[in-house]
Design a protein around this ligand. Structure first.
Ligand SMILES: [Zn+2]
Ligand SMILES: [Zn+2]
Length: 292
């Protein structure tokens, strides 16, 4: 397997009908992300962008590629990490996040949920009788908006990849959840003074691409999965179809980018306990961690 340049290839991308050597792949990847950012106007000069780093390969690649493009787009880059208090796993991903930011020379803010709120994801899930992933989702969504905003962020970037996009699409489409589907976009503009604009620069980049990029650049990241993670059947459906129709996942993502369904958004109030935006009187975070 050879690259177009004649070098030995390290990755084959069927959806692009091409094989790449390390050097050509890095160039390809960075050009793709840059073009995507321009096409969807994900960045504006002079803004402060926070990247949510989880310790995994996708957010590591997201931070690294934005760092390389930060001068071109004239943005200021910071990172933040949430320690969710899931035992040894949380310790390892925090450590990986610290090493990543050190290597890339990006300022990192770490929020330790247990230290600040007295409880971690597992305790909260048990006491609220929720699945850990559901409790985790509420905590992450809340802190990923609140902490960077308080630190002066203009927008928040996450490492959501192509498979996340496809899984989300199937899940919400199948359950008729069109409001959530309408929010599945590379750029989600703020709709409230306390809600950050969110961007997903890796919306069209597959897990395999992010992993290859992270490996070539030798980025520190944690390979182990969260002990609570389960492989979604919708993710598997995406893989099965992709096997038969290379490029299928990419076409789902591109379809979503064009999708323009207007769904009545719930009106935001302010949470009576913490003051953050909420659809009810008390936000789901405060209800979850038992502040009520
Ligand atoms: Zn090459
Ligand atoms: Zn609240």
């Amino acid at each position: 397997m050879l690259c177009r340049c004649g070098e030995e290839a390290v990755i084959r991308l069927k959806q692009y009908r091409r094989s790449f050597c390390s050097r050509c792949f890095v160039e390809f990847y960075e050009n793709k992300v840059e073009g995507f950012i321009r096409k969807h106007r994900l960045l504006r000069p002079g803004e402060r962008v926070f990247v949510a780093v989880s310790g995994g390969k996708d957010s590591a690649s997201c931070l690294a590629v934005l760092k390389r493009l930060s001068e071109k787009f004239a943005i200021e880059l910071s990172a933040f990490h949430i320690n969710l208090g899931i035992g040894e796993y949380s310790r390892r991903v925090e450590e990986a996040s610290r090493r990543l930011c050190e290597k890339l020379d990006v300022e990192l803010e770490v929020v330790d949920v247990k230290a600040v709120y007295g409880v971690g994801v597992e305790e909260v899930a048990k006491s609220s009788r929720r699945k850990p992933c559901s409790a985790c989702g509420i905590i992450k969504r809340y802190l990923m908006n609140k902490i960077p905003r308080e630190l002066g962020a203009d927008r928040l970037a996450t490492g959501h990849n192509l498979e996340d996009t496809v899984e989300f699409f199937f899940k919400n489409w199948a359950s008729g959840n069109y409001f959530w589907l309408s929010k599945q976009k590379p750029l989600l503009p703020s709709n409230h003074p306390k809600v950050l604009t969110k961007i997903k620069p890796l919306f069209e980049r597959s897990e395999k691409e992010n992993e290859t990029y992270a490996k070539i650049l030798n980025l520190p990241y944690e390979e182990g999965k969260c002990p609570h993670s389960v492989v979604s059947r919708w993710r598997e459906v995406g893989e099965i179809v992709e096997e038969r129709v290379p490029g299928f996942k990419l076409s789902i993502a591109r379809g979503l980018e064009k999708l323009n369904i207007v769904v009545d958004a719930p009106k935001f109030k302010s949470c009576k306990v913490c003051g953050e935006p909420s659809s009810g009187d008390v936000c789901s975070f405060c209800r979850l961690i038992g502040r009520v």
